[in-house]
Design a protein around this ligand. Structure first.
Ligand code: B1M
Length: 216
């Protein structure tokens, strides 16, 4: 187990320069990008969330920590590249209506891109009708939806319904994820897959498109 105390403190305080320097030195020390991500960055954001729940910090601090984490994540991106590969498939990605959380979505997009998928990122607060419009335009293989609030999860079901009404549902596979989302919820709303984290999102995406290891 690596010690990410200094990195963790810098993210908690929202000290971007220090956090970026710590991430760089961890990489230089040969610590894997995966460990930095899981044990350093994500673990700290979970702690930040806990402190927010307890009323110890407020939204501006949470936002500052989030920005700091995003800057650190950028440094890890090259380490998640699987090499030059022909696109494995087109993924249309967005955080659903009413939801502004994008760190998880960006991470999932980054890992999918690294694994050879082409990403069209619609950003945050994406209304069902925008998903529909973009599915027509981009013709993706997979629609990926992220939600971090229990109050915005229903927008995933609304989006699936909108795609159904537009006659597009059968043309795409749908994958959902985000902290409050579960496998059960995915089944309930008729999504094709649930990704619990960025790594499993890549595995699920490959499964959805029938890409097995021998084809990689
Ligand atoms: Co918000 N927030 N937040 N927040 N925030 C949570 C989610 C919360 C759990 C904090 C808490 O109370 N403990 C809580 C939600 C409670 C609930 O509904 N269950 C909460 C709240 C209440 C709020 C506000 C309502 C606060 C307020 O204003 N009073 C507000 C809502 C704004 C809105 O969206 N309309 C709000 C605002 C914010 C900030 C803007 C300040 C900031 C977001 C900044 C940003 O994203 N650019 C923020 C943050 C940072 C958090 C926490 C601390 C961290 C989220 C995060 O980035 N985690 C969060 C607490 C927590 O989650 N522990 C919290 C790291 C990230 C890598 O993980 O996003 O889970 P995650 O993504 C993972 C997996 O979930 C999965 O893979 C990712 C990588 O492993 N995954 C997918 C995600 N999407 C996927 C899609 C897939 C597959 C897998 O397929 C397509």
């Amino acid at each position: 187990m690596n010690d990410f105390k200094a990195l963790s403190e810098a993210i908690s305080k929202g000290d971007i320069n220090k956090a970026v320097a710590e991430t760089k030195s961890a990489l230089e020390a040969g610590i894997s990008a995966q460990d930095i991500l899981n044990q350093g960055l994500i673990a700290t954001m979970n702690e930040v969330g806990d402190r927010y729940s307890k009323g110890l910090i407020f939204v501006p601090q949470m936002l500052r920590s989030a920005k700091t984490m995003q800057e650190c994540t950028k440094l890890l991106k090259p380490y998640f590249q699987e090499g030059d590969v022909v696109s494995k498939g087109q993924v249309l990605m967005g955080t659903v209506r009413g939801d502004l959380h994008d760190i998880g979505k960006n991470l999932v997009s980054m890992m999918l891109e690294g694994a050879g998928f082409t990403i069209t990122d619609l950003g945050v607060d994406v209304a069902p009708e925008i998903f529909v419009e973009k599915v027509r335009e981009v013709e993706p293989d997979i629609v990926g939806m992220s939600a971090l609030l229990s109050t915005t999860m229903p927008a995933m079901a609304d989006t699936i319904e909108a795609l159904q009404k537009a006659g597009l549902r059968k043309k795409v596979k749908i994958m959902i994820g985000g902290a409050p989302v579960t496998e059960r919820y995915a089944q309930k709303i008729g999504a094709d897959a649930y990704g619990s984290d960025a790594g499993s999102a890549v595995t699920r995406a490959k499964e959805l498109l029938g890409i097995d290891r021998s084809e990689e």
